[in-house]
Ligand binder design. Sequence first.
Ligand SMILES: [Zn+2]
Length: 506
Amino acid sequence: MTLRIVTGGISQETNTFQWEPTSLEDFQKGSSAIHRGQGILDLEGTGTIYGGIIAEAKKHDVELIPTTFGRSVPGGRVSREAFETMAGEIVDGIKNAGEIDGVLLGIHGAMALEHDHDGEGPLLKAIRDVVGPDLPIIAPLDLHTNLSEQMMELATAFVGYKEYPHIDTPETGARAMEMLVETLQGKIKPVMRHVKVPVIAPNQSMVTTWQSPLKTIIDRAREMEQEAGVVAATVLGGFPFSDVPYTSISTIVVTDNDPELAQKYAEELAQMAWDLRADFEIDPVPVDDAIQEAMNGPEGSVYVLADISDSGASGTAGDGTAILAGLLRNNAKSAAVAQIMDKEAVQTCIEAGVGSTVTLNVGGKHDGLHGDPVEVTGKVRLIHEGSFLMAGPMGAGTVAGRGKTVVLEINGRGGIELQISELRGHPNDHNYFRAFGIEPTERRILVLKSAAHFRAAFEPIATKVIEIDAPGISSPKLAEQFDYKNLRRPMYPLEKDFDWSPAQAR
Ligand SMILES: [Zn+2]
């Protein structure tokens, strides 16, 4: 019997410290997109959740009915208009689909709305109101999900990414689809239990390209998944730059109709996270120390200086200047910067034209939280419309965009190549350089505005990665830099002297 499964969703990670809301228009520019109908099915073969969902649907006798799938680069709270427009299209799609067997939802897990601290809960509510309490709804979740009680109440099952950088998005999408098919075929009866751990952690300690504390817990979750009766074991690091009541590490275990086992394992993973809490703290490197180390490195070496506090994929301004100022101060050579967002500066360079020399102030204009504007003089070497195809380990086959982009050459050939873009970017692919005529393997210093996703593509070519201490709203210094008002308290590391156990959270 053919299974009729409706799919769609809204995927955005919200940094509530970003003042600018994410509008419907923002969902349709740069690297963001709203896929409608056939547009969702056209994601077949891409390095996205839908790459996996569609492939898995084809393995089984599934008719996949697409509605609307909006995905936006991380940013401020999603506007009411954007949410209601896309949620309305999804609900209408379900209503118009006729008799259906299940819903496969494409969400992130850390979305907040202008009018609600939760984004996924309200979306699930809108869908539940139409499909009723019993129709299975299953979704893959981003590792940075801030899990709400409403999400847990309204979904049938979740399975989260286990890799950060998220190189397993297609795989996780496929697993969610497989779980849904097995549920509909009566092969499993998923029951789900979760524990929220009172710990917020910086992104860098969630990375899985090294044995980070989060990876240690995820490794145990993978072991659990090998056991009979365990359908999915998920460890969510949470997204710490969201000042909402759901923000924290959490664990979810789905079993085949065994609530006690699900509870036991969710608690075991939660206890591990609590026990490792002190290991999640991160100590970034002062900018001048990092630049000096890179400049004194061996011939042919490539140093990645990660601007982790102004990460494009964490919804920051994208116009942080601390590392650029350091490069100028240290007279750095062979340095390439991806990138500084500054629409005004891009316009100035376009008006001046290719080949002309300009002096201008770049960056530091969006919110004053990412360093001051920096005066630079350079030659406009390239003016680019801004879009290019991704080819690396994340999002392959999708189009990335930063709006119009300029390469400014500072201190001559072999000096600093500064990319200035209209929109903030998230350099997690070599094409963030190559598409603009810069060969990343041949530069001594690569400055990347990225918290960790850059590692999938750039660790293999880097002599060393250095995480820089710079100002910004994705800084790892959570207790010092952020004024949280809505978190559950106590919350480590904002409070350090308190006891907790998973049993207490029951
Ligand atoms: Zn994530």
